[in-house]
Design a protein around this ligand. Structure first.
Ligand SMILES: CC(C)(COP(=O)(O)OP(=O)(O)OC[C@H]1O[C@@H](n2cnc3c(N)ncnc32)[C@H](O)[C@@H]1OP(=O)(O)O)[C@@H](O)C(=O)NCCC(=O)NCCS
Length: 164
């Protein structure tokens, strides 16, 4: 595999074996992204409209197969200055195991709008080994971190400590 940087300003950040990694929001295939996310363990049953709004408010780095189909995503929730939360990272099953997710992560960390940030953050069940290759570490002081989480929100769950 020989990754080559994309032409400046084209939206293409990296080319790998005929695949393109691009931050052009016009290339995002919302239906394809929703089809994956609605069956992903972290967003089971997520409605299309929620995916549409979330992607519209994020920096999205898409992975495109040689035929142009969107086959992966990395969604960045960021202020472009201090903080970035890495979310909704996937590569469709038939394209896995070829280094494409790692290529997306390289393109993400090299993105010109994401330089000099103080903190990058993400949550994963089992892909710690993947992100450790890119400098992510387990939270050093978990006792300092808090969250307000409703994991089953798209399955009809309610947030803890509320009357919703
Ligand atoms: C995780 C995922 C994006 C990896 O995509 P991929 O294109 O196959 O990954 P790559 O080929 O670029 O390489 C993955 C690397 O991470 C490692 N890894 C660690 N944990 C992993 C995990 N849970 N799943 C896949 N790879 C994992 C692999 O061993 C591999 O390392 P190596 O190349 O140094 O041997 C893909 O399996 C996927 O979409 N899974 C379902 C969604 C998901 O779990 N996303 C992550 C949520 S945080």
């Amino acid at each position: 595999m020989s990754p080559t940087p994309g032409a400046s300003g084209s939206g293409v950040l990296l080319r790998v074996d005929g695949y393109e990694i691009s931050d052009d929001p016009r290339r995002i295939d919302l239906r394809a992204v929703h089809a994956f996310l609605r069956r992903a363990y972290w967003s089971k049953n997520i409605p299309f409209e929620i995916v549409e709004r979330a992607l519209g408010a994020s920096l999205c780095i898409g992975l495109y197969a040689p035929d142009g189909a969107q086959v992966g995503l990395c969604r960045l929730v960021t202020d472009y200055t201090i903080f970035c939360y890495v979310s909704d990272v996937y590569v469709l099953e038939e394209h896995r195991g070829r280094g494409l997710c790692k290529a997306m992560m390289r393109a993400t960390l090299a993105h010109p709008r994401l330089q000099g940030l103080r903190r990058w953050s993400l949550v994963t069940h089992d892909a710690q080994g993947l992100y450790e290759q890119f400098g992510f570490r387990r939270v050093a002081h978990p006792e300092r971190h808090m969250e307000r989480l409703n994991p089953d929100i798209y399955l009809g769950g309610t947030a803890p400590g509320t009357n919703e």
